[in-house]
Design a binder for this molecule. Structure first.
Ligand code: BGC
Length: 768
């Protein structure tokens, strides 16, 4: 496909070949592409060297300086005069700048009025969509659908790139096991394998196959590293992670993203094992650039260079500059630390000119790779912007994604899906999150806070009431709407009476409860993950009428709701689903789509179980029966969660045959094939995520009870069955041993396959 773009500055026409098949049809052109890639890199390198040789020290430091644009997403920072800074070459990049015309103006100043004409890099947090808002990333992870996730990122990047952004601060690949931490909503959950697969899908979606394609953005993998283990779930807190746990659990998604070609990384805010991540040489220079051979550029988090001083790990800006640059960090996000300290650090002999040059090279390389030197306005084309933003098919994808993310936790007596022609004639829709008053709550911090600047029209968000009422009425149901307690504690007499009456008058009540969009995300940790604002009470009083109650939960994190868990007949976890909230809910509740989401994080039974995750360890004293003394457990609660990792019901049931192994003894160099026959036993077409776990029974160090090693999402028609095969080699069984070597060793293993991490078929094999 050929596309024509108009250059806003010169008004010249540019023709691009868009079809990626043309650019790199995998087999036929792989050799050609490899060579072309090498010569492209060499070409860029020589241009970078040419430019670098002309730059003054101030200009070099300018390229390492990123300043904030028209909105701030963090603490108060000094606001620079953008025009002056761009003109004098002291700004290399601007983040969170949403005014399109103004971006053109600033880019024009950069290329026409600054001494060397170096184009600006515009960065933005494109976390779950840009103009079209998709479900939050944790919800997307619940879909376990890599193609879908890649497609979402492609759309989000296409929109952002058409709006003048060239760099997104995504994906966030922090593994976390603590739902108190508000940022779990931005990641892929608790599991390293799932997280790694999603990291790759996101990088592919964001960057496409060619960074110089003007519909792609540079990805930024964050937050390197360990931020998801913030102690006590308190945002920005320190993290203490053993080297083994770091390598086994935290780093693999970063490594996978680096290998997938992610152009940039971002430092974490956390101090890891005592050293702030931004000045953590072990992480950046030794592992990321050294062991993994990654060549990209690493940016600080919001003033995280400056915060090394607050951590008490650097004296002042000079010390912080020396430490962060020496560790391998390149660009300073909004802190102005390099502006103040880098030259002084150089003069004091703390750093070498060559180190600054190397950081600048990485920034310039990125600008060249994005094609910004060829055409600084390639992301700033008004016509393309008009033709690209908010296309109807993006909404279709948003609806599909929201439905595919929803997790059905409970469905007694098959109360769902709602079916016409039965006993149910009248349905009551009740709750704080029912209608337009809650529109922001179907989004997240990342879209609520900056929504005004991105000019979200609340009318673009389809609420449950808006979509469900007509959908259910069209099926012949009578529907009543009872919005209660929108922004306040639930439980006033009025709310209770309204809820009870509406339920009593109906045959089924659907109650919409959850968190506010503004309750989740950065700086939104909580000490209590119970369903807030007394909303469980609504479920309780409604259920006390003896009518079936369906709870729809809008959430950004695992939560606890013991009363509702007991009393509700069905529970559907909808997350923060984005613009297509209502339509996706209508699809799922009416059975147009059978739920297929599976939990990417364990749902604890109570708060004291945190951190709780499926791949724990046996310990020397495993508990094998409830209440057993002298074993690892609690006096007042079981160890088991409310719902395990990987769990999610469907409107059909799937049966799993025993596992068939092609061999029970695996030699190095061989492949173990584990096959199960999965059958759709019900009368609805539905998708199932078939999951494969392994346990290494004896090793050099203690190994998790189960570790996810593979999964496949399959769709089966009623009565249809399919063989699903997982292939494992010795490399898949490797782990970090006591000497910190990554290797597998002979011994006995168990293999589990099933529809969640607990209910599985089991087989045994040996690695020789
Ligand atoms: C967050 C990052 C984000 C950056 C820029 C920081 O506060 O931690 O994830 O990319 O702000 O908005």
């Amino acid at each position: 496909m050929l596309s024509v773009f108009y250059h806003p500055y010169t008004n010249m026409r540019y023709v691009f070949v868009f079809n990626r098949f043309f650019l790199c049809a995998p087999l036929l052109f792989s050799v050609f592409c490899g060579q072309a890639q090498n010569s492209k890199v060499a070409n860029i390198d020589s241009k970078v060297e040419g430019l670098l040789s002309k730059m003054t020290l101030d200009e070099k430091i300018g390229q390492l300086n990123q300043v904030v644009g028209d909105i701030a997403t963090g603490t108060d920072v000094k606001r620079d005069n953008l025009i002056e800074g761009v003109r004098d070459g002291s700004i290399g990049s601007i983040l969170s700048h949403f005014n399109f015309e103004n971006k053109i103006k600033l880019q024009r100043i950069a290329v026409k009025e600054s001494r060397l004409g170096i184009p600006l890099l515009f960065g933005a947090d494109v976390i779950h969509g840009y103009k079209t808002i998709f479900p939050i990333p944790l919800a997307q992870a619940a879909s376990w659908d890599m193609d879908l996730i890649e497609r979402i990122e492609r759309i989000a990047s296409t929109e952002a790139a058409a709006d003048g952004q060239n760099w997104t601060f995504a994906p966030m690949v922090d593994i976390s096991r603590d739902p108190r931490w508000g940022r779990v909503m931005e990641g892929a959950g608790e599991d390293t394998y799932l997280g790694s697969r999603i990291a790759v899908a996101r990088v592919k979606g964001i960057q496409g196959s060619d960074l110089s394609d003007p519909t792609t953005l540079a990805a930024c993998v964050k937050h390197y590293a360990g931020y998801g283990f913030s102690e006590a779930g308190r945002d920005y807190n320190i993290t203490d992670i053993s080297e083994q746990r770091l390598r086994e659990t935290v780093l693999p998604p970063f490594q996978a993203a680096a290998k997938a070609g992610a152009a940039t990384f971002m430092n974490g805010f956390n101090a890891l094992n005592g050293t702030p991540a931004s000045m953590n040489k072990h992480l950046i220079t030794d592992i990321l650039r050294g062991e993994w051979g990654w060549k990209g550029m690493i940016v600080s988090d919001w003033n995280s260079f400056g915060e090394t001083i607050t951590h008490g790990a650097a004296e002042d800006e000079t010390d912080a500059s020396a430490k962060c640059l020496s560790a391998g960090s390149d660009m300073d996000m909004v802190g102005g630390v390099y502006q103040k300290g880098l030259k002084k650090a150089l003069d004091a002999g703390r750093i070498q000119q060559a180190q600054i040059d190397e950081a600048v090279r990485r920034v310039l390389r990125l600008k060249y790779a994005l094609g910004l030197f060829d055409d600084p306005f390639r992301y700033l084309n008004e016509r393309r912007r008009r033709e690209t933003l908010e296309q109807p098919d993006y909404r279709t994808a948003a609806r599909e994604a929201a439905a595919a993310s929803m997790v059905l936790l409970k469905n007694n007596n098959d109360v769902l899906p709602l079916q016409a022609g039965g006993k149910v004639k009248k349905i009551a829709l009740i709750g704080p999150y029912l209608d337009r008053r809650a529109t922001k709550d179907y989004l997240s911090f990342w879209t609520v806070c900056i929504g005004d600047v991105r000019a979200y029209d609340p009318g673009k968000i389809i609420t449950p009431a808006q979509a469900l009422k007509p959908a259910l009425e069209a099926m012949g149901f009578e529907v009543t709407l009872t919005p209660v307690c929108p922004d306040v504690e639930c439980g006033s007499e009025e709310d209770i009476i309204k809820t009870m009456q509406a339920t009593r008058d109906a045959d089924v009540a659907i109650i919409f409860v959850g968190e506010r969009g503004d309750d989740c995300g950065e700086s939104r940790s909580v000490s209590n993950i119970a369903l807030p604002r007394n909303q469980e009470h609504l479920i309780k009083v409604a259920a006390n009428t003896k009518k079936p109650v369906i709870m729809v939960l809008f959430n950004s994190r695992p939560m606890v709701f013991p009363v509702a868990k007991e009393k509700a007949e069905a529970i559907l976890m909808a997350w923060q689903p984005g613009f297509e909230t209502g339509n996706a809910l209508a699809d799922v509740l009416t059975g147009k789509v059978s739920p297929s989401g599976k939990l990417p994080m364990t749902m604890p039974l109570n708060m004291g179980q945190i951190p709780i995750y499926y791949n724990g360890y046996n310990t020397g004293r495993p508990r094998t029966a409830p209440g057993q003394m002298w074993t690892s457990g609690y006096l007042d609660a079981p160890n088991e969660p409310a719902w395990p990792f990987g769990f999610g019901l469907s409107y059909t049931t799937f049966s799993y045959s025993p596992i068939h192994l092609n061999k029970t003894s695996l030699q190095k160099g061989e492949t173990l094939e584990a096959t199960v026959l999965v059958t759709n036993k019900g009368n609805r077409a539905a998708s199932e995520v078939v999951q494969c776990y392994v346990r290494d029974l004896t090793a050099d160090v203690t190994r998790p009870l189960r570790e996810l090693k593979g999964f496949e999402k399959i769709k089966l028609a009623p009565g249809e069955y399919r063989n699903v095969t997982f292939k494992l080699t010795a490399a898949d069984l490797a782990y970090w041993n006591q000497d910190l070597q990554f290797k597998s060793d002979p011994g006995k293993f168990q293999l589990f396959i099933g529809g969640n991490s607990q209910d599985t078929q089991t087989a045994a094999f040996e690695l020789k």
